[in-house]
Design a protein around this ligand. Structure first.
Ligand code: SAM
Length: 224
C-alpha cells in the first residue's frame, strides 16, 4: 500500500544510518529532501538511486497537496531532512498532518536525532523531559524563558554556537546561576564534546573557548 515514510538520517556520523533507512530510501518511488545536494551525497554513499525532489520550509505550503495526490495515486514517498529526524526542528509536521487528514498511512522510522543523545548524556533526569527546540531569536524570547522558570522536567534546547553564551547567561538569569545543565556539541562527530556544570560555569567556559559546530543545551528542571 502506498504511504508516506519519515526517515531519520545521520546527524554527523554516516555509520548511524540504519539498515531499514537504507532499505526504505532504496525502494520508495520518490524522496523529498530539504537540500537535494546534501541528500545526493548520502544517497551516493549507500548507492541509492531513487529520484529526489526538494521539500523545505519555503516551498512545503505549496507542495504538500501535490505530494498527497502522488501518494493517493499509488506512489510511496519518503521524507528526509538535512540531518536527524524530519519534523524535529525541521520540515515534516505539515505534511504529516495533511496525510493524516487525507487518510494516507504515515510511518516514521526510529533513528538519529540530536536531542535524545544529548539528554541521556547530560546525567540529568531523563524519565520526564520537555523539548523546546530553538528559543525565539528576539521577540518572545524573554516571555518563553519566564514561562519555563517553574518547569520541573529536564529541558532540552537547540542553539547555534554564536548565541550559546548569550543564551546560557539569559538562562542563568531566569533559572538561577547554579542550575545544573549540560552542553553537547558536535554529537557523533570527530570533535564531540559534552560539558556538564552550572549555567554560570558553562557560560564562563564557552566565553573563554568560543564554540564551533552544532549544539544542544540540556537544563535541569526546577526542583524547588
Ligand atoms: N532534525 C534534527 C534532529 O532530529 O535533531 C534537528 C535539525 S535543527 C535544524 C539543527 C539543530 O539540531 C542544530 O542547530 C543543533 O542545535 C542540533 N543538532 C543537530 N545535529 C547536531 C549534532 N551533531 N550535535 C549537536 N547538536 C546537533
Amino acid at each position: 500500500m502506498s504511504k508516506l515514510f519519515l526517515v531519520p538520517t545521520p546527524i554527523g556520523n554516516l555509520k548511524d544510518m540504519t539498515c531499514r533507512a537504507v532499505e526504505v530510501l532504496g525502494t520508495v518511488d520518490l524522496i523529498l529532501a530539504e537540500d537535494t545536494r546534501q541528500a545526493s551525497k548520502l544517497l551516493k554513499r549507500y548507492e541509492i538511486k531513487t529520484p529526489l525532489q526538494s521539500h523545505h520550509m519555503f516551498n512545503e505550503h505549496k507542495t504538500i497537496e501535490s505530494v498527497c495526490t502522488k501518494i493517493l495515486s499509488g506512489k510511496t514517498i519518503a521524507l528526509i531532512s538535512d540531518a536527524g529526524t524530519p519534523g524535529i526542528s525541521d520540515p515534516g509536521f505539515m505534511l504529516v498532518r495533511k496525510c493524516i487528514e487525507k487518510g494516507i498511512p504515515v510511518e516514521t522510522l526510529p533513528g538519529p536525532t540530536a536531542l535524545i543523545p544529548a539528554l541521556v548524556n547530560s546525567g540529568l533526569p531523563c524519565d520526564r523531559f520537555c523539548f523546546e527546540g530553538f528559543l525565539p531569536p528576539k521577540k518572545g524570547r524573554n516571555k518563553k524563558l519566564t514561562a519555563l522558570e517553574e518547569e520541573r522536567r529536564t529541558m532540552v534546547f537547540y542553539e547555534s554556537p554564536y548565541r550559546l553564551v548569550k543564551t546560557l547567561d539569559e538562562m542563568a538569569d531566569h533559572f538561577g546561576h547554579e542550575r545544573s545543565a549540560s552542553v553537547s556539541r558536535e554529537l557523533s562527530k570527530l570533535f564531540e564534546e559534552n560539558l556538564r556544570g552550572s549555567l554560570s560555569f558553562l557560560s564562563e567556559h564557552f566565553r573563554k573557548n568560543p564554540p564551533k559546530g552544532e549544539i544542544v543545551i540540556v537544563v535541569a528542571g526546577n526542583s524547588k
